[in-house]
Design a protein around this ligand. Structure first.
Ligand SMILES: NC(=O)c1ccc[n+]([C@@H]2O[C@H](COP(=O)([O-])OP(=O)(O)OC[C@H]3O[C@@H](n4cnc5c(N)ncnc54)[C@H](OP(=O)(O)O)[C@@H]3O)[C@@H](O)[C@H]2O)c1
Length: 243
């Protein structure tokens, strides 16, 4: 049921959706990051280690990110969310889910947007469509960004593990991470990025299947190989069936 993508595709066709500059898989130079907390800062570290430029933002303003920028070095700069969205060839959204509507829409048109977010009602407040399971977190972001290509990724790994669990492609029992998206080319691009960051990829299918890796599912949190993750995805149940 779930396709193991393994190491990255070499497909270099360009994206045509939206009206931002075309992004080819071989032309991704800058990762934009909206949200500079646990996950956003770790993705920034991985991106810098893989040779990308990083433009990272938070809610309080670029000046509050000087320590992180000093750590990341000359290929990183802090910006506003709008500027990070404009600068990124791929843009990572890693804010508390309750703030997803603040993610700028226009500068992300046509772009691949990686969604790391999870739903915690105690933090995010209750969101009716998630409580009644009529949608999923990444579908909410996709609906907010209708002309972007949202890819769910990084939502089920603890932030600290991002910089400790990555291994080179081909390593036996390499850790795998789940992706989901409605756009095949975006999935190929993110698969390649994850491979560079040290992880295999398991494709859960379209965004509407993203619930299979949401909070309280078997694959959420622990270190898993691709084979194990595929079993976890198949064994996942919706919240309504868990209690
Ligand atoms: N922590 C984990 O291990 C983990 C793992 C997987 C997925 N996730 C998910 O990833 C998301 C981020 O988690 P986190 O732990 O990294 O959160 P976090 O440490 O609280 O960081 C959140 C970041 O988002 C920024 N932010 C908040 N509202 C914003 C806005 N409107 N515009 C721009 N930036 C905004 C915050 O900036 P300020 O500080 O300036 O307000 C902060 O930099 C959550 O949905 C979480 O569930 C977390």
């Amino acid at each position: 049921m779930f396709e193991a993508v393994g190491s990255g595709s070499s497909d270099s066709r360009s994206h045509t959706k939206g009206r931002n500059k075309e992004v080819t898989l071989t032309a991704i130079k800058t990762i934009g990051i909206i949200g500079a907390g646990n996950i956003g800062s770790q993705v920034a570290r991985l991106a810098i280690a893989s040779g990308y430029a990083v433009v990272i933002s938070n809610s309080r303003g670029p000046e509050t990110l000087s320590a992180l920028i000093a750590e990341l070095g000359p290929k990183a700069r802090a910006a506003t969310p709008v500027d990070a969205a404009k600068a990124g060839d791929i843009v990572v959204v890693s804010v508390p889910l309750k703030n997803y509507r603040a993610v700028p829409v226009e500068p992300l048109r046509g772009k691949i947007v990686i969604d790391t977010n999870n739903y915690y009602p105690q933090r995010d407040g209750h969101i009716r469509e998630l409580d009644n399971e009529s949608t999923t977190t990444s579908e909410l972001l996709q609906a907010h960004l209708p002309e972007s290509k949202v890819v769910k990724a990084f939502n089920h790994i603890y932030a600290a593990a991002l910089t400790t669990d990555g291994q080179p492609a081909g390593t036996p029992n390499r850790r795998a991470l789940v992706i989901a998206s409605d756009d095949a080319e975006a999935k190929a691009a993110v698969t390649r990025l994850l491979d560079q960051f040290g992880f295999d990829t398991v494709d859960a299918g379209p965004l509407k299947e993203g619930w299979r890796i949401q909070r309280d599912t078997p694959g959420y949190g622990p270190r898993r190989t691709a084979q194990e993750l595929r079993k976890d995805l198949a064994a996942a149940t919706r919240y309504a069936h868990q209690h």
